[in-house]
Design a protein around this ligand. Structure first.
Ligand code: UT7
Length: 386
């Protein structure tokens, strides 16, 4: 630029042009960067919006189910030899033909649950380390405390999870399922195990014909994982503490501590006044079913499966009749297991798993001690033969 041979005027012109050229380049680069920045800002906003939208719609889908029932069978014929009953009475009044009884020395509820969870992890190709929450619904914990859920984690080798029990009797699995789903829906937890299990024979008086013919041992476990399309849709749950007079264990809690007298009076077993429980069960399950469908603007025809708590075949039939719901779409396995309390619903899901299709709408409904009851609507996330 300092070449003396170039006339001064030309040099000035050139310098001015060069300055303008630099300004132009700066402007082009600035504009380009601004456009680039704008574009990326827009993209970022869309990504964040999508993330929040997805968070809002995130569902908890059942991605696997496994069951465990003990091998030992207690049939109606066996019970005829123990108490004053008959196969005819039990079958016609309850629909039950046999129950599974856990008879392994030194084993407890957590041992049945451990087998369910091990089976579940295997089926779903999940390692124990991946589980971040485990909830166990049961009224027959290994001990009053600590909870059974943490014992299960310890026995399975689940070391990265927090765990706790839910005591809501026959509604326990349903309450636990929705509780677990909330952790998945919030985005805080990715793999949640929900168990419904009971060791009813440990709290049944086998001289009381009104209860010993009904209950059995076992249950099931499900895995909940995030899903944008399928999963738990909605639940309606209710409770009425006044119902405790009809279904409870008289002693062993802080109200009536265990003594020799409470043992002699057989107060550490299930007490049930069946008739009021029966009526409340039919009412509770049908009303929450109807409210749930109404709230979700779903007709009865849209429901592919009704999954009722298996307490009594007459209760199941009454519920289906009152709802005018086709019997072939009602899951029933009470004849094989009796009433396994928190275990009945996952046992149904496990037994019917092969018939379930992705997108099927299921309503699970339960009623139990407390009183506790409710219904849950969910969309099944995988084909049964997968
Ligand atoms: O899962 C938790 C919630 N629980 C339930 O949902 C259970 C709800 N309740 C029921 O399922 C029924 O009430 C029971 C199955 C428990 C009882 O059936 P029921 O038709 O309500 O019988 P009941 O208690 O009214 O008894 C009718 C008769 C009685 O004899 P009397 O007084 O009429 O001479 C009982 O003593 O049947 C008698 N009975 C039996 N007879 C033969 C009761 N249990 C037996 C038995 N074998 N095992």
């Amino acid at each position: 630029m300092c070449n003396e041979n170039i006339p001064k005027i030309t040099r000035i012109k050139f310098n001015i042009s060069f300055k303008f050229l630099c300004l132009d380049i700066k402007f082009v680069i600035k504009s380009y960067l601004a456009a680039f920045y704008d574009e990326w800002c827009k993209k970022l906003v869309i990504i964040i919006a999508k993330y929040y939208l997805a968070m809002g719609n995130l569902k908890a889908a059942i991605t696997g189910v496994a069951k465990y029932v003990p091998e030992t069978l207690l049939t109606n014929a066996d019970l005829e030899k123990i108490v004053d009953t008959s196969d005819e009475w039990i079958t016609s009044r309850t629909g039950i033909k046999q129950r599974h009884i856990f008879k392994e020395e030194g084993k407890a509820t957590s041992d049945m649950a451990t087998r369910m969870v091990e089976n579940l992890l295997k089926k779903t190709n999940t390692s124990a380390d991946e589980i971040d929450l485990l909830i166990c619904a049961t009224i027959t914990p290994d001990m009053t405390f600590p909870d059974t859920a943490n014992t299960i984690c310890s026995k399975v080798g689940i070391s990265n999870a927090f765990a706790f029990d839910i005591n809501a009797a026959c509604s326990g699995f349903l309450f636990a399922l929705t509780t677990g789903a909330k952790f998945v829906e919030s985005g805080s937890h990715k793999k949640v195990v929900v168990i419904g299990v009971d060791f009813m024979s440990s709290i049944i008086d086998y001289t009381d014909r009104t209860t010993c013919v009904i209950f059995g041992d076992g249950g099931g476990a499900v895995l909940l994982e995030p899903n944008e399309e399928y999963g738990i849709e909605d639940s309606i749950f209710k409770g009425d503490g006044d119902g405790r007079q009809y279904l409870h264990m008289k002693a062993g809690g802080s109200l009536k501590r265990p003594t020799l007298a409470t043992i002699e009076d057989k107060e550490h077993f299930v007490f049930q006044d069946g008739r009021p429980v029966f009526k409340a069960a039919v009412k509770g399950m049908t009303t929450t079913f109807n409210s749930l469908l109404e709230r979700n603007e779903i007709g009865h025809d849209d429901v592919d499966w009704l999954v009722p708590h298996q307490a009594n075949m007459r209760i199941i039939n009454s519920v289906a009749d009152m709802l005018d719901f086709p019997k072939e779409k009602v899951m029933v396995n009470i004849q094989n297991y009796g009433n396994t309390t928190a275990g009945t619903l996952p046992l149904c899901l496990a037994d019917y798993e092969s018939q379930l299709k992705k997108g099927d709408k299921l309503v699970l409904t339960a009623f139990g001690g407390g009183f506790t009851w409710g219904s849950t609507l969910l969309t099944w996330a995988y084909d049964g033969d997968e």
